[in-house]
Design a protein around this ligand. Sequence first.
Ligand SMILES: Nc1ncnc2c1ncn2[C@@H]1O[C@H](COP(=O)(O)OP(=O)(O)OP(=O)(O)O)[C@@H](O)[C@H]1O
Ligand SMILES: [Mg+2]
Length: 320
Amino acid sequence: MSAKSSQGCWGKQRMDDQAQVLRRLMEKKSYIPENPPKSTRIITVTSGKGGVGKSNFTLNFALALQEMGYRVLILDADLGLANLDVLMGIRPKYNLYHMLTKRISVWDIIHESHGIQLIAGGSGLSELVAMTEKEQDRFAEQISLLHGHVDFLLLDTGAGISEQTLHFVWSSDETIVVTTPEPTAITDAYALIKSAAFGEGAAATSLPSIRLVINRITAEKEGRQTGDKMHLAARRFLQMELPVLGCVADDPSVVKAVKLQTPLLKAFPNSRAAKNIKDLALRYTSAAGAHAQDKPLPGVKGFLQSMMTWMKGADGNKLR
Ligand SMILES: Nc1ncnc2c1ncn2[C@@H]1O[C@H](COP(=O)(O)OP(=O)(O)OP(=O)(O)O)[C@@H](O)[C@H]1O
Ligand SMILES: [Mg+2]
């Protein structure tokens, strides 16, 4: 493997960039982002195989961004087994379903914990396609209010190649695919990425922007090898770049935090996995990361437009 093609676990950011940001974080309690996002950036977090750590990653990545001064909202978009509320130790009174059926506003279904805002999905998303056009329009109207309300909207999805997950990928500004180094997880992640790039419904002109997070690594070498394998396969067979955003250690603190129903970054901020996620978030927001682009993002409006076009053309069974 040539050094050039190596993705590494820790990206290409120079160490001094990281040190600079860390120093600033220590100097100020509240960190004002240097390159504030111009609009709400929508990031889908997904995986091929289930149970690889998407929800824990989403939650703690959100916290890491929030600690840097960004405003973050998570939408639990796992239609089958939504459980972010459990990981956050909260019991949301209302979810998306209530917004659709009880005619309450989007602000009523946002729950805050540890500075992170959460919209629980409930069965709301799966009800959407069966609703009348008027009700779907009301949904779009409410969700569009979120535009600019937060800097990042993270969608935690279910695993696998379902039509709805692919539409989340195609409708969001970018996607993070989480995998572990296990061969089964890698194979499933690759299959998902292939469908996202070339499946029926993928844009003919542009490939979706996808980055990898390799979770539960036992050694840096393992993460590097996994990243290189996937990166080279994507380049060779899919003609797409598949950068590695970062790796997260296999760390018993994650399991402990889940049991405590407290996010890892709050329960064990100095654990290895927490540090990995904080580093990863720093790298994500660095000049080489998301905000270097000046062009306006499709954001919430683009997302809704794309999702609504699909839903209105759906036959009522697509989200079931
Ligand atoms: N870095 C890690 N180190 C150790 N254990 C981990 C790590 N990440 C996740 N886990 C374990 O994996 C379990 C599943 O994680 P999580 O619920 O985040 O996965 P998921 O991909 O969201 O699952 P699903 O596909 O069911 O939505 C956690 O409860 C925890 O026990
Ligand atoms: Mg999950």
